[in-house]
Structures are given as C-alpha cells and as structure tokens.
Design a protein around this ligand. Structure first.
Ligand code: UDP
Length: 320
C-alpha cells in the first residue's frame, strides 16, 4: 500500500466510470487513496463502479467536465481520463470529444492548480496518427489528418498535451502525460466498436468476424492491469514528458481475428469490410522511456492469458 490510513490522499478521476477510469479507481483505492470519480456517463457505465457502492473512501459525481468542475475539500491528484475513446464513439460524439479534450482538460488542470494537486493526462497513441515512424517513440511528432473523422479525437488529445505542458511550464503544476496504446480487458463495452469487443462478441454470438480492409494493418494489445501498473508508476514519478505505455507485441488484425477464432472455438468465417478513413496502418509502442523512467516497467500479461480473461468477462455479459 502506497500510504497509511492517517495520511489518506484524495484523487479525482475524470471519466471514472469508463473502462480505464474504473480500473484506475480500483487501483488508487487499493493504494489507500480516497477517490472521487466524475463522469457524465455518455460512454462510461455505472456498472463499472457498482462494486464500490458503500465504500467510504469512494464518491461518484455525475458531471460533464467540459463545464466548470467543483470539488469540495483537498485534492492531491487529478487524473484526467474523461473522453469518448473508441472510433465509433468519437464519430458519434465529435463535438463533445473535442470539448472534453480541450475544455475538459483546461477545467481539470484548473482544478489541479486551485488545489495544488498533481495532474496526469490520459493521452493516446492517436497523437502519432498514421505513423511514418515505426515503432513509435515519444519524440516522434506524428502524422495526423486534422480534418479527417479521427481528427476530433487526435487533435483534441494533442491540444490536451499542449495545454498540460503549458500549465507545467507556466503555472509550475506537477504534470504527467501517458500515451496509451491499444488496451483491452474486462469492462470494455460490448458494442464500443473497437476490435477486441467486436471480435469477441461476434465469435461468442456465432457471427462472422468483421475485418476492416484486408486485415494487414497492425496493432499491439496491452492487458489492462499492465497499463494501470505503468500509469500508477508514472503518477508517482518525477517525469513530465509524455510516456508511451503499451505492449510492444504486434500483430495484424487478421492474425488477431484468427486468434479469437482459435481461442473461442467459434466456427465462423471472416467478413471483409471497407477500411475506415485514416485508419493507422501500423502501431507499436517503443517503451524504452517507460522502462527507464518507471523502474523497469514492462508488460507482464501474455496475450493468451489476457484475452482468455477478457473472453470470460464477455461470456458473462452476453450470457453465453
Ligand atoms: N477493426 C476491424 N474490425 C472491427 C473493428 C476494428 O478490423 O470490427 C480494425 C480497425 O480498422 C483497426 C483495428 O481493428 O485497424 C483496431 O481498431 P480499434 O477500433 O480497436 O482501435 P484503433 O486502434 O483503430 O483506435
């Protein structure tokens, strides 16, 4: 445990009802923090926090952090995780996505400044866009189409990083930035459109897996507990520049589909669909900086183990 009962620190987690926000909330409570989760529930779900009902160290506030954030009392840490985060979510909510990356980040930084709290921004590998450098290290500035459909997310997060560094440099706030690569695990939404829940629920429902394009595009998938470990280490580190957290084991989407078929035993085919606009062709984190700065952090959960745990979660959700 990170701290004793007597000196409990308070953390605010925006997006606390989301997939990552709720896992981070669990980790912070386990480390002895009091946690205030804030979420407007446009993509988050109260189910992700239901197990915390009655926990005296936990509080939930339903609020859109793109509006002024009021939190009474002391706050030691602000974790800004609020944002639609899957391609279909930010295509459905383009303006709230831009607002939460811009105004929501400004308000969260304002809260951190007012409370003299530390601040951690959940940023993304989408800052690298459709990358021309492979694997991606933090000093690569990216290849983003600002006016394409993904621009609402990518540019909002790039703006959020710029705003975070401005508060660090100009207001001397102790800030950190994590660039999160594809992450999976329990509490992903069944129909958030991302490839992990999409393929698993298709396989469990005996439907063909929808591979976009020819499936040769690559992604590198990190299990949620490894990601949260990296984020927690970053939060208590002295590092202010962006840090990639992800699992460098890379595969094509076609290979990923075949893995899901093999592990679930589903006897279904693959249905090819059109590749979405600006879909990155490759993605793999260079985690040299995380290893160096975060006490030799590296992912521990093997793909097969993580994906089985995720499939078990989806089986329960789907009742299959
Ligand atoms: N993808 C796919 N079928 C689906 C959903 C996604 O082939 O049903 C592909 C998508 O085109 C992308 C990759 O899987 O190349 C990962 O997509 P996801 O939405 O999970 O996140 P991204 O990494 O693109 O942000």
């Amino acid at each position: 445990m990170f701290q004793s009962k007597l000196s409990k620190k308070t953390a605010v987690v925006t997006g606390g009802a989301g997939f990552l926000g709720s896992h981070l909330t669990d980790r912070l409570l386990a480390e002895g923090f009091r946690v205030i989760a804030i979420d407007n529930l446009i993509t988050g779900s109260p189910d992700n926090l239901a197990h915390l009902a009655g926990n005296p160290d936990f509080r939930f506030i339903r609020h859109n952090v793109s509006e002024f954030i009021f939190v009474p009392g002391k706050v030691d840490f602000v974790f800004h995780f609020a944002s639609p985060a899957s391609p279909i979510d930010y295509l459905e909510h383009p303006i709230p996505t831009l607002k939460v990356g811009a105004l929501g980040t400004h308000n969260s930084l304002g809260l951190a400044k007012d409370k003299s709290a530390k601040f951690l921004l959940a940023s993304t590998s989408e800052c690298y866009g459709d990358p021309l450098v492979h694997p991606q290290s933090e000093d690569y500035w990216g290849n983003v189409n600002p006016i394409g459909p993904r621009g609402v997310y990518d540019e909002a997060k790039r703006f959020a990083e710029a705003m975070t560094m401005a508060y660090h440099r100009f207001h001397d706030i102790d800030t950190k930035i994590v660039r999160i690569f594809n992450t999976y695990g329990p509490r992903m939404r069944l129909r958030d459109g991302r490839v992990v829940p999409a393929f698993i629920s298709q396989a469990l429902n005996n439907e063909p897996l929808t591979v976009f394009g020819d499936g040769s595009q690559t992604r590198s998938f990190c299990y949620v507990s490894d990601l949260i470990e990296g984020i927690f280490r970053l939060a208590i580190s002295e590092h202010h520049g962006p840090v990639n957290i992800g699992n460098p084991v890379e595969m094509t989407i076609k290979q990923f589909a075949e893995k899901i078929l093999q592990i679930t035993g589903a006897k279904v085919g693959i249905e090819y669909r059109e590749l979405p606009v600006d879909d990155p062709k490759v993605r793999q984190p260079d985690i040299t900086r995380a290893r160096k700065q975060l006490n030799n952090w590296s992912p521990k959960v093997e793909f097969d183990e993580g994906i089985r745990a995720t499939i078990d979660y989806f089986r329960i959700k789907l009742g299959t």
